[in-house]
Design a protein around this ligand. Structure first.
Ligand SMILES: Nc1nc2c(ncn2[C@@H]2O[C@H](COP(=O)(O)OP(=O)(O)OP(=O)(O)O)[C@@H](O)[C@H]2O)c(=O)[nH]1
Ligand SMILES: [Mg+2]
Length: 385
C-alpha cells in the first residue's frame, strides 16, 4: 500500500512536471505565433489541373476576406473564355472523330449546327473573346444539346475537355445576363492556368483556438514549362501540399498528349519526394477530384492506366469505389516509402479531397493544421527549435 502511494506520488509529480513543460511550450508557441516569428511555409505542388489553385481559392475564402465584388467581376471574362474554349474543344473533337472513326455517323451535325460550330470554333481560337451575349449563349446551348456533341463529350478524356465543361454549359443563360456577377461557386469552377507564383499569408483561427499558426501558402503553375520556377521556393518549407487528381487516370496531358496524366503525377511526386531540400519537409498528399473519380471508376476500369494495371475490381457501387480508392492510395503510399530520402521527422498524410467542396476543404485543412502544430510542439520538446 505504502509502495503504491509513493509510486502514485511520484507519477503525480512526473505528470505535473510534464504538464508544466507542455504549458510552457504551448505558451512559447503562442507568443511566437502572435509575433509572427514562426511563419510556416507551405507549398502547393502537383501537375497541371490537379486543383492547386482551387484549394488556394478555398483557403482565401475560408481564412481571409474572400473575394470582393471587383475580384468576382474579374472572373466574368475568365468564365466567358472557359465557355468558348469548351465548345471549341468539343466541336474540333467532333470533326476529328467524324473523319477518323468507322462509326463516324454518330458525329455528324445538322447543316445549321455545323455552321454554328464553325463560327464558335473561330471565336474560341481567337486570343481575345467577345462578351457572352444572350444570342451567342443560345447558339452554344443548341450546339451543346446536339446528340453528336454529346457523343463527343462522352469521349472527353481523349480530348482536352475541361472538368468543369458540364457546369459551364449548364449555366450559359446566367453567365450571359447583362449584369452577371460570378458567384463563389462560379469562381471555384473557373479555370485559369497558373503562370508564375502567387502567395497568401493566413492564420486558420478556429472556433476553439486562441490563435492559429501563421502560414504562408504558395501556389504555382503545374504544367511542365512552369515547373522550373518551383525550385526557387524549395528552401525552408514546412510542408508540401501535393495535389494529385485521381480522376485523371484515363486522360493525357494538356502539354503532351502522348503522356498519361497519372503516370506524369507518379513521376512528379517521386521527383519532389527526392529533392534534398525536402528531407525534413512534411508531405500532405491530397488525392483530389474524388467527386469525378467516384463516378468514373464505375465506368472506366482503373487498369487502363499502366501504373494500376494489376488492379482487380471486386464489387459494384460504393464498395467498388472504396476498393479502387484504397488501391490508388496504396500506390501512392508505396511510392512514398520507396523514395530513398531518409525520413527524419517528416510526416506523410493522405487526404481524400474534392477541392470544390468548401466544408471538406475546411475539415481537411483543420487536420493539416493540427498535424503541423503537433509536429512543432514535438520539435520543441526534442529541442530542435
Ligand atoms: N469536379 C472537380 N473539379 C475540380 C476539383 N478540383 C479542381 N477542379 C477544377 O479543375 C480545374 C483545374 O483546377 P485548378 O485549381 O485550376 O488546377 P491547378 O492545379 O491550379 O492547375 P495549374 O495552374 O495549371 O497547375 C478547375 O476548373 C477547377 O474548378 C475537384 O476536386 N473536383
Ligand atoms: Mg493553378
Amino acid at each position: 500500500m505504502g509502495l503504491l502511494c509513493s509510486r502514485n506520488r511520484h507519477s503525480n509529480e512526473a505528470d505535473a512536471k510534464e504538464n508544466a513543460q507542455a504549458e510552457e511550450i504551448e505558451r512559447r508557441i503562442e507568443q511566437e505565433t502572435r509575433a509572427e516569428k514562426h511563419i510556416q511555409k507551405l507549398l502547393l505542388l502537383g501537375a497541371g489541373e490537379s486543383g492547386k489553385s482551387t484549394i488556394f481559392k478555398q483557403i482565401k475564402l475560408l481564412f481571409q476576406t474572400g473575394f470582393d465584388e471587383a475580384e468576382l467581376k474579374s472572373y466574368i471574362s475568365v468564365i466567358h473564355a472557359n465557355v468558348y474554349q469548351t465548345i471549341k474543344v468539343l466541336f474540333d473533337g467532333l470533326k476529328e472523330f467524324s473523319q477518323n472513326e468507322t462509326d463516324s455517323s454518330k458525329y455528324v451535325l445538322s447543316g445549321e449546327n455545323k455552321e454554328i460550330g464553325e463560327k464558335l470554333s473561330e471565336i474560341g481560337g481567337k486570343l481575345e473573346y467577345p462578351r457572352l451575349t444572350k444570342e451567342l449563349a443560345q447558339e452554344i446551348e443548341t450546339l451543346w444539346k446536339d446528340p453528336a456533341i454529346q457523343e463527343t463529350y462522352a469521349r472527353g478524356n481523349e480530348l482536352q475537355v475541361p472538368d468543369s465543361a458540364h457546369y459551364f454549359m449548364e449555366n450559359l443563360q446566367r453567365f450571359s445576363d447583362a449584369n452577371y456577377i460570378p458567384t463563389k461557386d462560379d469562381v471555384l469552377f473557373a479555370r485559369v492556368r497558373t503562370t508564375g507564383v502567387v502567395e497568401i499569408q493566413f492564420s486558420p483561427v478556429g472556433e476553439n483556438k486562441k490563435s492559429g499558426e501563421v502560414y504562408r501558402l504558395f501556389d504555382v503553375g503545374g504544367q511542365r514549362n512552369e515547373r522550373r520556377k518551383w525550385i526557387h521556393l524549395f528552401e525552408g518549407v514546412t510542408a508540401v501540399i501535393f495535389c494529385a487528381a485521381i480522376s485523371d487516370y484515363d486522360q493525357t496531358l494538356f502539354e503532351d498528349e502522348q503522356k498519361n496524366r497519372m503516370m506524369e503525377t507518379k513521376e512528379l511526386f517521386d521527383w519532389v519526394l527526392k529533392q534534398p531540400c525536402f528531407e525534413k519537409t512534411s508531405f500532405m498528399l491530397f488525392l483530389n477530384k474524388f467527386d469525378i473519380f467516384e463516378k468514373k471508376v464505375l465506368k472506366v476500369p482503373l487498369n487502363v492506366c499502366e501504373w494500376f494495371k494489376d488492379y482487380q475490381p471486386v464489387s459494384t457501387g460504393k464498395q467498388e469505389v472504396e476498393h479502387a480508392y484504397e488501391f490508388v492510395k496504396k500506390k501512392f503510399e508505396e511510392l512514398y516509402f520507396e523514395s530513398n530520402t531518409p525520413d527524419r521527422g517528416r510526416i506523410f498524410k493522405i487526404y481524400r479531397t474534392t477541392a470544390l467542396d468548401q466544408k471538406l476543404v475546411k475539415k481537411t485543412f483543420k487536420l493539416v493544421d493540427e498535424t503541423l502544430r503537433l509536429r512543432r510542439r514535438n520539435q520543441y520538446e526534442a529541442g530542435l527549435l
